[in-house]
Design a protein. Structure first.
Length: 414
């Protein structure tokens, strides 16, 4: 089910490898972590102290606005050094009036989450230089017997403390690469959780993007339909009209009509009529498959019969979903079967549709060459966008060499 060649395989990081950006973030990030943490703690502390005075709410509003602004450099640091792109939240609305603006700031979840991020970021930032200095500490422990003999006069005898220091230094030296990697993973997770848009806002953005993509796809499909009607069906109807005109001329001629010519013209008109009806059926089937009127249990077996590769079908949908969900499942199945036949070289395909509660799941598995990746072609990308528009999602598991398993899941009721 591969759509061309996918991107190169990611380079696996060894257990002792550390990105330079992680070391740099551990060192550079301590200053903004300390300053941001001190700011957040000061806002909380002063806000509590001033909460019983008239200065409490204005101070808190100003502090939340400042915290929201501090999220921008922290997002840049995480993206620059750790490679984690955190989407910026939407700007605050600006209602009229000072009181209304203050209420908006006090109820802004982004500002409160950024304030929490600054507090939690403080201990992680302080641990960064500690992690960066850990190799020096390990070297000091490993060379502890040498340092003791350099500092103390005479020739002290080696003792268990020397062996324990060397063993501890070697153990810590093995753990050195894991420390910045663990801190960097914690920093990425914290930034994703608290510095980006709220979950509801992110979901609204995803649905708006999916709706725009679906509208663009429908507009493109409408243009293709208009082009097919103009270039295909309309041309066939014009040819049929010309044939009927020739037939009429042959019948109204002064001489006796030629039966052979009339039969030829009638046969041509009949063939053109059949071709036009076939073209119209194809166009109508692209708009809405007639077999879907009987549900997925009727439509999918007819779809499977057109697949070049043998398909094992299992449909377990005791209650029909909404028509929009049925159409999405049908078109996903059609696209995935086409991909399996065209790109993967599959010898066998298994298609399963089942309903579990309020969700409907489509699974297509083939034994082809694998390597299918969303984003390397228009097929799987279009399916992902179509499913996102109906609050669904697409998962692709396609290692090189196969097998490929594509799972589409969406609500049964929209």
């Amino acid at each position: 089910m591969a759509e061309g060649s996918g991107p190169p395989a990611p380079v696996r990081r060894g257990p002792f490898s550390v990105r330079r950006g992680e070391w740099a973030f551990a060192l550079v990030g301590v200053v903004p972590a300390v300053l941001g943490g001190a700011y957040a703690l000061a806002v909380v502390y002063a806000g509590v102290l001033l909460s019983l005075t008239v200065l409490g709410l204005p101070f808190l509003v100003a502090g939340l606005l400042g915290a929201r602004g501090l999220g921008t450099p922290h997002r840049w640091l995480v993206g620059r050094f750790l490679g984690e792109r955190v989407e910026a939240p939407a700007p605050l609305p600006r209602p009229g009036g000072v009181l209304a603006q203050g209420r908006v700031v006090l109820g802004d979840p982004v500002a409160w989450r950024t304030l929490l991020y600054l507090v939690l970021r403080l201990p992680l930032g302080v641990l960064g230089p500690v992690a960066a200095a850990l190799p020096l500490g390990c070297l000091w422990l490993v060379g502890f017997p040498l340092w003791v003999r350099l500092w103390e006069p005479g020739d002290p005898a080696a003792g268990p403390l020397d062996a324990a220091a060397m063993a501890l230094g070697l153990v810590l030296l093995l753990a050195v690469p894991a420390v910045p990697r663990t801190l960097a993973a914690a920093e990425r997770g914290l930034a994703r959780l608290l510095l980006g848009p709220a979950r509801a806002e992110r979901r609204v953005r995803e649905l708006e993007s999916a709706r725009s993509a679906l509208l663009a796809e429908n507009d493109d499909r409408l243009r293709r339909l208009e082009r097919d009607l103009h270039d295909g069906t309309q041309s066939r109807l014009v040819a049929l009209a010309i044939t009927l005109s020739l037939t009429e001329d042959a019948l109204t001629a002064g001489d006796a009509p030629d039966p052979v010519r009339l039969r030829s013209l009638v046969d041509r008109a009949r063939g053109q009529t059949d071709d036009t009806l076939t073209e119209l059926r194809r166009l109508v089937r692209g708009i809405h498959p007639v077999s879907l009127d009987g549900g997925l249990g009727r439509a999918l077996p007819e779809l499977v019969m057109t697949s070049p590769a043998p398909v094992t079908l299992r449909v377990d949908v005791p209650e029909r979903p909404d028509p929009a969900a049925e159409r999405a499942v049908y078109y996903c199945a059609a696209e995935l079967l086409t991909n399996a036949a065209k790109h993967s070289g599959a010898g066998a395909v298994a298609l399963t549709v089942e309903r579990s509660g309020d969700r409907i799941r489509l699974v297509v598995r083939d034994d082809g060459r694998g390597g299918a990746v969303v984003g390397t072609g228009t097929g799987l990308t279009g399916l992902a966008e179509r499913l996102a528009a109906v609050d669904g999602r697409l998962r692709v598991d396609s290692p090189p060499g196969g097998p490929t398993t594509v799972t589409a899941e969406l609500p049964a009721r929209l």
